[in-house]
Design a protein around this ligand. Structure first.
Ligand SMILES: Nc1nc2c(ncn2[C@@H]2O[C@H](COP(=O)(O)OP(=O)(O)OP(=O)(O)O)[C@@H](O)[C@H]2O)c(=O)[nH]1
Ligand SMILES: [Zn+2]
Length: 365
């Protein structure tokens, strides 16, 4: 067959296909040499899917995989491993399995426990299984089983490739469209779309004016926030930070905004809404993320760095209160000439959120 994609692109595309299947509740396989792990997202457990899973594995044993953060929330003693295996309890109903993944259901289905941790360090297949769920923007909890071959109709993908996926996506970004879009606060603005050659998610750069390439450009790295940016949600400070950045950069005569498709600090809009639902129950932004099994911040800064480089810049003056952004971008090869504080008035709904940013996530506020 003719190959339209090179091997990197094929590798990434295979992961996107697998992620699509996971999002429909279809199991996938992760592979390392001749070993296969069948992975099923726990949140899709029901009376049809679990028997189908069990039929495929036959006499083999299934187990559950969750993250260290979710384990902690479920009172499974940590071992220092980022992924934790637990035995599948005999009493586990499909509802229990969904509740294992999704703490927003804790009130409706209080989880019984106790859970028995498997005292074996998770291997590359287990890490890849959890990573695949995160790539698919699902909750990171899986029912898994070792298989000797690939059952009909299921997609398989290399564990190593899954673990390299995000980094590779950044390398495959290419500029695909560029147009003038005058913005309130910065009329001389151009929007530039970057798409990975795998066909994955696009990010947008906003170039204001014509900043000189050799100098440190004023820049804002902004993660998409549908609720704050678009709807004007008062729960966070994103909307003001975005319009404030456009205005400040406009006034300064030029600069860059990287508008990254990393909603909810990389967990996706649906999981962010689950985090919000936990916040309605009293959790703060940090505990809500970890109770769902995520890290506090799941973002990678390679894609933003790649866009900055492709636009011809190597050094920026970064508008942020988040020191991790400075570290992350520097690691990705961008030099940060200066950190420019980027702070706006609070309101009664986001006061607590900003306090938590200051006290728990190291923001310089
Ligand atoms: N998971 C989660 N994400 C949130 C929450 N509130 C806001 N966000 C997301 O956080 C991201 C905001 O990131 P940024 O604007 O880059 O802010 P930051 O990392 O705090 O750093 P600076 O604003 O640069 O200081 C957006 O993607 C929002 O969707 C929350 O409670 N939970
Ligand atoms: Zn926001």
């Amino acid at each position: 067959m003719l190959n339209f994609l090179n091997s990197d692109e094929q590798q990434q595309a295979a992961i996107l296909r697998v992620a699509d299947d996971l999002r429909r509740g279809q199991p996938i396989l992760v592979r390392e040499q001749t070993r296969f792990l069948m992975v099923f997202p726990a949140e899709f457990a029901n009376k049809q899917t679990l028997p189908a899973f069990d039929q495929i594995i036959g006499q083999k044993n299934a187990r559950l995989l969750i993250t260290d953060n979710r384990a902690l929330a479920l009172k499974v003693a940590p071992k220092g491993w980022p992924v934790v295996g637990i035995e599948r309890p005999v009493w586990f109903t499909p509802e229990d399995m969904v509740a294992l993944a999704d703490p927003t259901l804790d009130l409706a289905t209080p989880l019984k426990g106790p859970f028995k941790r498997i005292d074996q360090e998770p291997d590359i297949l287990s890490h890849a299984a959890i990573k695949a769920l995160k790539i698919a923007r699902l909750l990171p909890a899986a029912l898994v089983a070792d298989l000797d071959d690939i059952p009909d109709g299921l997609l398989a993908v290399s564990a190593e490739n899954i673990l390299e996926y995000e980094h590779k996506e950044a390398e495959l970004l290419t500029m695909v469209a560029r147009a003038n879009v005058p913005l309130a606060g910065a009329e001389k603005a151009q929007l530039v779309s970057f798409r990975p050659k795998s066909g994955g998610v696009e990010h947008i750069a906003i170039v204001v004016g014509d900043p000189p390439r050799g100098e440190s450009v004023l820049a804002r790295l902004h993660s998409e926030c549908f609720t704050g940016d678009l709807l004007g949600s008062l729960k966070c400070d994103c909307g003001e930070q975005l319009s404030g950045a456009i205005k400040n950069i406009g006034q300064a005569g030029g600069g860059l905004i990287l508008y990254m498709a990393q909603e909810g600090r990389g967990i996706g809009l649906t999981s962010k809404l689950k985090a919000y639902s936990l916040q309605d129950q009293g959790y703060d932004t940090v505990d809500a993320n970890t109770a769902l099994g995520f890290d506090v911040d799941e973002r990678l800064f390679y894609p933003a760095a790649e866009m900055i480089k492709q636009l011809g810049f190597t050094s920026i003056r970064l508008m942020t209160n988040n020191p991790n952004k400075v570290i992350g971008l520097e690691r990705a090869g961008i030099s940060i000439a200066e950190r420019v504080p980027h702070y706006f008035e609070t309101n009664k709904y986001n006061e607590k959120y900003l306090e938590v940013k200051r006290d728990r996530t190291g923001h310089l506020l």
